[in-house]
Ligand binder design. Structure first.
Ligand code: NAD
Ligand code: UD1
Length: 324
């Protein structure tokens, strides 16, 4: 299923130097005028192609945002304080970026008559009562980060309803892929680092907790769909529909790397979600999106990139703009 065209448009990617945002920028740049607004708090300028116009600034600064958003057709809003721990330590500071700046983006989009695609999160569901979790399931976030994402996700819906602004909220599950790094990055990048160094792979708790791991190339394709859909004013799950336990993940990573790491267990993470998995029915039906990259091939391609072995069927190539 190919993504519909976004061509000859002027687009803004907030947080475009980050893990997910920079892959989206790469996909947009060949056919569009792309601007990036990023403060480089976790993003890396080295991830940005020369063809993108970079505005270094805070998305919560109305002047910087106004400059970046002038005349745009679509805003992909990815800038956020993504660390759940940081949001627990300082809820007001993360609220400023995750919610207040998000509202500013929606307001700016009204001025510009621009579409907005909001990066939301499976964190809005908290501990799901039923699996897989559908968009209609109760929302019960367990962290300030989740509350902030939920509020912005709801504002996006409301802006469509009240002001006829075309908005889409994408609720990402556990995203992984190249360029994910740093102290708050996901479990896959942590396990890969440990396995490469032949250090113990550290499972928190019994390892029977499960997640829906979605490759960043699929997340990019979901964004391209969201930029073109008529089904606006809605939130959509972005996952694969498959759940993997953390124990299985540790073994997959160890096998793929050929590492001699041991697999060890430490204390469970306080407040950890036990199971998380997306019901992808609505996203498939209304957005025409289905994930393509399975976990094993996604991990294999990450390993092959790092060892310099030529990659066959590189999942990154799954990011296709029409006509390519
Ligand atoms: P990331 O930290 O790599 O990217 C965030 C980007 O936003 C960075 O480039 C950072 O420098 C920038 N940024 C942060 N605060 C800013 C500010 N005030 N002004 C301007 N730029 C700012 O994280 P990511 O994993 O790429 O996440 C992108 C989005 O996807 C976030 O909104 C995140 O909440 C959401 N999300 C990610 C996941 C995941 O598994 N990675 C899951 C659910 C939702
Ligand atoms: C992730 C995202 C969060 C997003 C949510 C949506 C990251 C860092 N966080 O949270 O932004 O809102 O998905 O679904 O991507 N684990 C280990 N050992 C480790 C690291 C982690 O066992 O060294 C375990 C954790 O205890 C947890 C699981 O792996 O059970 C996943 O952890 P993590 O990658 O941090 O993601 P989430 O907490 O699910």
């Amino acid at each position: 299923m190919d993504s519909p065209a976004i061509r000859d448009s002027t687009v803004l990617v907030t947080g475009g130097a980050g893990f997910i945002g920079s892959h989206l920028v790469d996909a947009l740049v060949p056919h569009n005028e792309v601007r990036v607004l990023d403060d480089f708090s976790t993003g890396d300028p080295a991830h940005l192609p020369d063809d993108a116009t970079v505005i270094v600034g805070d998305v919560g600064d109305p002047i910087a945002l106004q400059e970046a958003a002038r005349g745009v057709d679509v805003i992909f809003h990815h800038a956020a304080v993504v660390s759940v721990t940081q949001s627990v330590d300082n809820p007001r500071q993360s609220n400023r970026t995750n919610l207040e700046a998000g509202l500013l983006v929606l307001e700016q989009a009204r001025q510009e008559d621009a579409r907005v695609v909001v990066a939301s999160s499976a964190a809005v569901y908290g501990h799901p009562a039923e699996l897989p979790v559908s968009e209609a399931a109760p929302t019960d976030p367990t962290s300030p980060y989740g509350v902030q994402k939920l509020a912005l996700d709801e504002y996006a819906r409301l802006y469509a309803e009240l002001y006829d602004l075309p908005t889409v909220a994408l609720r990402y599950f556990n995203v992984y892929g190249p360029r994910q790094r740093g102290p708050y990055s996901g479990v896959i990048s942590t396990f890969l680092e440990q396995a490469r160094a032949d250090e113990p792979i550290t499972i928190e708790g019994d390892g029977q907790q499960s997640r829906d791991f979605v490759h960043v190339s699929d997340v990019v394709r979901a964004n391209l769909r969201a930029a073109a859909t008529d089904a606006v004013g809605e939130a959509y799950n972005v996952g694969t529909g498959e759940r993997t336990t953390i124990r299985e993940l540790a073994e997959t990573v160890r096998d793929a790397t050929g590492s001699s790491s041991s697999i060890v267990h430490r204390e469970p993470r306080p407040g950890d979600i036990r199971h998380s998995g997306a019901d992808t029915t609505k996203t498939a039906r209304e957005l025409g999106f289905e994930a393509r990259v399975g976990l094993e091939s996604g991990i294999r391609s990450l390993v092959e990139r790092d060892t310099g072995v030529p990659t066959r069927g590189d999942p990154e190539k799954a990011v296709e703009l029409p006509g390519e």
